[in-house]
Write a protein that binds this ligand. Structure first.
Ligand code: AP5
Length: 216
């Protein structure tokens, strides 16, 4: 299955993709995680990307498309993948379609996570992430057992630089202007399925499983 998870920042794409990729035995390809790893490793690409990410702006299309193309060309992505946070512009969607077509494939479906703006703001400003394994927590809705420590691996929890309230507001604006046009783009191609991204994590996961199962 070649699926893309689409939705605003904080919609729960990463929370669901991480678990479902494991379940389905396909890679979770998250451009945000890839760019953060490159920034932490201080590669030239990572350092360039960090300037945009810290402001909540999109990293230029050519940078992201190059990174995604490389990742999707890896052997473990040959049987399928979950894309998380890519594509994010029409230009990225077109580049993705071209690169999959060249490999004799196509995207099977795009799942849109529908979440209200006040809930997105609440989720992002309360999010904490494990520095070691990437597991995501929320200070009130899914707190770790010990403050600041990952339940899964004991790693240190931190707050992303772009999860401050001012930067979150900018990310939501960027989403509205640059990413939300993808909803019509994929709807017109009969590829879009909407799931509610609000409610218990497990119930949302069941809705995703049902939507993907129905498309198979
Ligand atoms: P990226 O890392 O992709 O961030 P994002 O899209 O803004 O998405 P988030 O990771 O913030 O949210 P999410 O939907 O994954 O939610 P999560 O599951 O964590 O991108 C960061 C930056 O990188 C961008 O701003 C840009 O600069 C750059 N970038 C990345 N891709 C790019 C691209 N393609 N083109 C250009 N630039 C790109 O959940 C959020 C919180 O909510 C967590 O605390 C979680 O525990 C909680 N939560 C999850 N589900 C629920 C639920 N059902 N109920 C209650 N709480 C929940």
């Amino acid at each position: 299955m070649r699926v893309a998870f689409l939705g605003p920042p904080g919609a729960g794409k990463g929370t669901q993709a991480r678990e479902l990729a494991r379940e389905w035995g396909v890679p979770h390809v998250a451009t945000g995680d890839m760019l953060r790893e490159a920034a932490a490793a201080r590669t030239p690409l990572g350092l360039e990307a960090k300037r945009y990410m810290d402001l909540g702006a999109l990293v230029p299309d050519e940078v992201v498309v190059g990174a995604a193309a490389e990742r999707l060309g890896a052997p473990d992505a040959a049987r399928g993948f979950i894309l998380d946070g890519f594509p994010r512009t029409i230009a990225q969607a077109e580049a993705l379609a071209r690169l999959l077509k060249d490999a004799g494939h196509a995207l099977d479906m795009v799942l849109y996570f529908d979440v209200s703006e006040p809930e997105l703001l609440r989720r992002l400003t309360g999010r904490r992430v494990c520095r070691a394994c990437g597991h995501t927590y929320h200070l009130t809705s899914s707190p770790p057992k010990r403050a600041g420590v990952c339940d899964a691996c004991g790693g240190e929890l931190y707050q992303r630089v772009d999860d401050s309230e001012a930067t979150v507001r900018n990310r939501l604006e960027v989403y509205r202007k640059q990413t939300s046009p993808l909803l019509d783009y994929y709807r017109q191609r009969n590829m879009l399925t909407t799931v509610s991204g609000e409610g218990p994590v497990e119930a949302i996961r069941d809705a995703i499983r049902a939507a993907v199962g129905a498309a198979r």
